[in-house]
Ligand binder design. Sequence first.
Ligand code: ATP
Ligand code: MG
Length: 411
Amino acid sequence: MSEIIAGIDVGTTKICVLIAEVENNEGEETLHLIGTGLAATQGLEKGMVVNVPQASESIAQAVEEAELAAGLPIRNAYVGISGKHISTMTNRGVVPVSRSSGGITPHDIEQALDAARTTASKPPGREIIHTIPRRFSVDEQTGIRDPIGMHGDRLEVEAQIVLGASSSIANLVKCVHAYGVEVEDLVLEPLASGEAVLTSAERELGVVVVDIGGGTTDIAIFLEDSLWHTVVRDVGGKLFTRDVAFGLRTPLAIAEELKISHGHVLPERIAPEERVHVAGFGSQKMVAVPRRILAHILAARAEETLELILTEIKRSGYDGMLPAGMVLCGGTSLLPGLTALSQKTLQSPVRIGSPDSVHGLARQLASPAFATAVGLLLWGQRHQWRTGEERRDGDSPWDRVSRWLRNLLPG
Ligand SMILES: Nc1ncnc2c1ncn2[C@@H]1O[C@H](COP(=O)(O)OP(=O)(O)OP(=O)(O)O)[C@@H](O)[C@H]1O
Ligand SMILES: [Mg+2]
């Protein structure tokens, strides 16, 4: 039986469900997309569930559509989580190395990660979403990326711990459960996006991935092939739309349409005579407005957003350590001119990241807006030992744990 992986990206503006089959061609694994479901989101604000019945209904719609396309039901899925309740901390875990002739085993690493998890001073009302190893020490030797097989008495891990508010986590899980789908794993959205749009060279060298969606801007810093810092801010494309609605005195739906069809964040690139036609409220007539004005409104919000991103990068302390620059994704990254403006503001290389590592991905999905959804599948593929007992016929559960840990280790 072939393996199936499902991902549910619960975004502020859209829910995207992807179902993929893992194909194994002579030991080389590829993902083949077999089902897609998309629904407009109700019941979410700034990345978080604010109305459980509405959000459940939107998720159900998208899951149903994907299941119909795939011709099979999904029992469990990797689900993206975001929102400003997300925080990170670093902690160490130390364990004695179990005596075995083969040196340190994946089991020792699990134990060390467990120690880092259980000794973390978790504030009340918060839960651990991820414990990601950065570096290991074996006795006196520090800075080890993959200690499996090494000999020593004492194993120490330095781990990055990602936390979220228990209430937000519970609400999200409840919405997914409402349709009868089990949450295989919650995955921090920028981590998923990073899976989909970063190259291993960028992750190794130092890069920041910024997913500007509808309600949140997710920032994740990768260094030496591991996550070093992440922060979620509650600003996104909806604010751009709101500014246009206020600035041009037009309803939100028209402002959104104007932004998507005629938006630009570099007013100087727009010919002064270009006009856009803007419908007013109620019976007001259409007015022709210079497109440059629209661009000025969007540019002001883009500059503010980029300043915020820059502040967060500086606050992380890693600003001088990102030679691979910034990779932008999320729907808002489609705004024309944003790459150039970002390069100017951040004084570093910037590119747009579109997911393309899954076979059968329709052109519509190879867009930066689907980075998280595709990344959830890739995350699932990397961590698949946890799912379906029937998977990987012939492998012992131990083989799977071992492979999972190998994939998790930096480098
Ligand atoms: N071509 C475009 N130009 C400008 N903005 C766009 C374009 N296409 C989509 N957007 C904006 O992108 C935003 C949606 O992005 P995305 O689909 O990544 O968000 P989301 O995942 O639903 O939300 P979040 O991740 O913030 O919870 C909307 O605000 C939309 O207006
Ligand atoms: Mg998103």
